[in-house]
Design a protein around this ligand. Structure first.
Ligand code: TC6
Length: 682
């Protein structure tokens, strides 16, 4: 049974324990242990029922994602499942932690499922661009019905044990901390009562009423068109679930297999699986010694109660950490605290929080005027106006106020953190914590490591990110750090291209169809042309539009015209401004371009900037750039982010495209292209 499985027999109940850290994934070793363990216990006459349980933090958390796409070794999962399901003794899955994907599918071939209240079950394969390919799409509908199965499998969210019990996804709850005993008792009772062997595959009652009802699936796809756009997996999942109602079980399984393999070999799934590991890589800093101590963060201070400061504050309140929120005048402070309250009340109104929880969170705020209130906090996050003089002034004062060992963080989005740190006598305690707006929602946190930031401070910042459920990406100091910097060339390229003939609508459509929620001109109109162009003294296209009072949506027109419902239409006035600007700049029209050409013009420069960020050592690895763009700018996940996408397109093609647009590709990009290398593939 190798190293990962052990069996024992207690009062006639066979117990198979899987212990394959960290998450008991269904690797070849786990499959072998299941095959051997069940083989042994089924053959043992003393055994009347079998409990499958896992050691460590969780039940089987799924297939081993790192094995996908590689040559399969060890026993076939479906053969193992067949042994369990068709076995002649009842098998009870005992679930703690998370039974996800192949893990929950393992539980589904067992005859019963018992879980502790803190456990979660689910089929999250959609997040990896896959479908539950070990019977999940055929068995789950037989338990919960077609409609619930569609939501559960295309949604991919784990479901808490109590809810799972209501759905019938588990059969009983065991007392928290007493899963083993609970499952053994359940098994004994079953044996004593001669309880039946329930095989989910044999159930028809929940799926039969849906036979021939193709409209159910068509409507479901229509209803979710926006969420599913660009992804492949939801469509195959819906087809597989339809098969559960239309076909006998074994044929349904074959259909599921076909649809699974189609996904497994797709670029979308490769990108999503890459992204799964990329998110987890971000917290790993190669030159940060293992075991670096972390400082304890019990109390936080936030300077600035504007949109950013308020959002940052909420992250801490949400996890029970008190925040001293500082502003310079009472009106601004009251306004900031008021906005936080309103945000929570809105959440409560949607039923996602109770009124009591709102009050509990609000009670954790200590509003204060003046920096002196920050003398006892462990971490200060400054979110004041983005100007070096102001930031240095704040940090200089903080230096005299904050207690020894406090971490002094700046939320600056483009200023030189080392210069900010130089205003203090303790640059080793200074770090950048760059949140993305709205800071209480966006999951990305860029951690900026200054030249003098202590390892301990960096380690603590990484821990803070985990505590407040952010995905960290570590950046060195450099203009715009990672996400803002690599995405900026997209805007420059859009503003240049629009002078050559393609209209704002052409460009926005190409970028929307690539997978972004919005094109650059629609985005500029939404944010406000005056806001985007602020601080620039040069003549710009946006500036020319602003001079005509065209500030974007808020003024009824920007690059587009807007009606009273803010519906956009192409603007003849903007077209004239663009033509005049092009003439003034001496740009001649090149005529229409295909969507693909437009995408290349706008997004190859992002790949190039990403390569520069790597070349300069600002980012640790290409996957951090992808995570930053996906989480910070909603870059479409199924492309894997700019660097993964650049590799998919082919780096030589990217280099050629850049040169054709008059952009010099950076050295690293040219080298990689010439050597047939890649940023993200091995
Ligand atoms: C499937 O089952 C398809 C079946 C089709 C039929 C064939 N494989 O997230 P954490 C690693 S698809 C390999 O930090 P947490 C992870 O990389 C799968 N490795 O911990 C990390 O490694 P590191 C369906 C995996 O406590 C370590 O484990 N299942 C896998 O915050 C700890 O992970 C899923 O999609 C895996 N399946 O959360 C579940 N899972 O330490 C995916 C984790 O070297 N997993 N690792 O960096 C999760 O959602 C979470 O990991 C968790 C634990 C909730 C299980």
């Amino acid at each position: 049974m190798g190293q990962v499985g052990t069996t024992e027999v207690v009062d006639g109940i066979g117990i198979l324990t899987i212990d394959n850290p960290p998450v008991n994934a269904l690797s070849a070793a786990t499959r072998q242990a299941l095959a051997d363990g069940f083989g042994e216990l089924f053959a043992n006459d003393e055994v009347k029922a079998i409990v499958l349980i896992c050691a460590g933090r969780t039940f089987i958390a799924g297939a081993d994602i790192s094995e996908f796409g590689k040559e399969s070794k060890g026993p076939d999962l479906n053969a193992v499942f067949k042994t369990i399901e068709e076995g002649t003794k009842p098998v009870i899955a005992a679930i703690h932690g998370t039974a996800l994907g192949g893990g929950y599918e393992t539980a589904l071939v067992c005859h019963y499922r018992v879980a502790v209240p803190s456990a979660k079950v689910g089929l999250p394969e959609v997040n990896l661009g896959l479908l539950p390919g070990a019977g999940g799409t055929q068995r789950l509908p037989r338990i919960v019905g077609i409609e619930a199965a569609l939501d559960i499998i295309t949604g991919g969210k784990p479901i808490g044990a109590k809810k799972a019990l209501e759905f019938g996804m588990i059969d009983a709850l065991a007392e928290e901390g007493k899963l083993r005993e609970g499952a053994i008792d359940f098994a004994k009772k079953l044996v004593a009562e001669g309880g039946p062997l329930v095989r989910v595959r044999d159930r028809q009652d929940k799926v039969e009423p849906y036979r021939g009802k193709s409209e159910v699936y068509a409507e479901y796809l229509k209803k979710n068109a926006r969420a599913f756009r660009g992804f492949k997996a939801p469509f195959n999942i819906v087809k597989a679930i339809e098969a559960s109602a239309e076909l006998p079980f074994d044929q349904g399984m074959e259909r599921e297999r076909e649809l699974f393999l189609e996904l497994l070999t797709s670029t979308e799934s490769a990108a999503q699986r890459y992204y799964f590991f990329a998110e987890r890589e971000g917290a790993k800093v190669p030159d940060l010694p293992k075991g670096t101590p972390e400082r304890e963060i019990r109390k936080v201070g936030v300077i600035g109660a504007g949109t950013m400061g308020g959002g940052i504050t909420m992250n801490f309140l949400n996890v029970g950490i008190p925040v001293t929120l500082v502003e310079m005048n009472q009106a601004a402070l009251d306004r900031g605290v008021g906005v936080i309250r309103k945000n929570y009340e809105n959440t409560a109104a949607k039923g996602r929080m109770t009124a009591e929880q709102v009050e509990q969170r609000m009670a954790l705020i200590t509003p204060a005027l003046g920096l002196e209130a920050l003398s006892d906090v462990d971490l200060v996050i400054e979110a004041v106006f983005e100007e070096m003089g102001i930031k240095k002034d704040v940090f200089g004062k903080l230096d005299g106020i904050a207690k020894k060992g406090a971490i002094l963080a700046s939320n600056t989005s483009f200023l030189d953190l080392d210069e900010i740190a130089s205003a203090t006598s303790r640059p080793q305690d200074v770090v950048g914590l760059h949140f993305f707006s709205p800071a209480n929602v966006m999951r990305l946190l860029e951690i900026v490591r200054g030249a003098k930031t202590a390892d301990e401070v960096l380690a603590t910042a990484l821990k803070v990110a985990k505590t407040i459920a952010k995905v960290p990406v570590v950046s060195r100091v450099g203009p715009g750090f990672i996400a803002n910097r690599v995405m900026a060339p997209r805007s420059y390229a859009a503003n240049a291209l629009v002078l050559e003939g393609p209209t704002p609508s052409d460009i926005d459509a190409a970028i929307f169809n690539y997978g972004f929620a919005m094109g650059p001109f629609a985005m500029t109109d939404l944010v406000g042309l005056d806001v985007i162009g602020r601080g620039s003294n040069e003549r710009t296209l946006s500036g020319d539009l602003v001079k005509l009072g065209r500030l974007g949506q808020k003024s009824g027109g920007g690059f587009y015209d807007y009606d009273e419902k803010r519906k956009a239409s192409p603007s003849p006035v903007a077209a004239q401004v663009i033509a005049d600007f092009a003439k003034a700049k001496g740009v001649t029209a090149t005529g229409a371009l295909s969507e693909q050409d437009i995408v290349a013009r706008l997004l190859y420069p992002v790949v190039n900037e990403g390569a520069k960020v790597l070349e300069e050592g600002v980012a640790i690895r290409a996957s951090d750039i992808d995570v930053a763009c996906i989480l910070g700018y909603n870059w479409p996940l199924y492309t894997g982010g700019p660097m993964f996408w650049g590799d998919t397109v082919g780096l030589s093609k990217v280099v050629e495209g850049l040169k054709a647009a008059g952009i010099e590709p950076c050295k690293l990009l040219v080298e990689k292209a010439a050597s047939g290398g890649s940023f993200t593939r091995g």
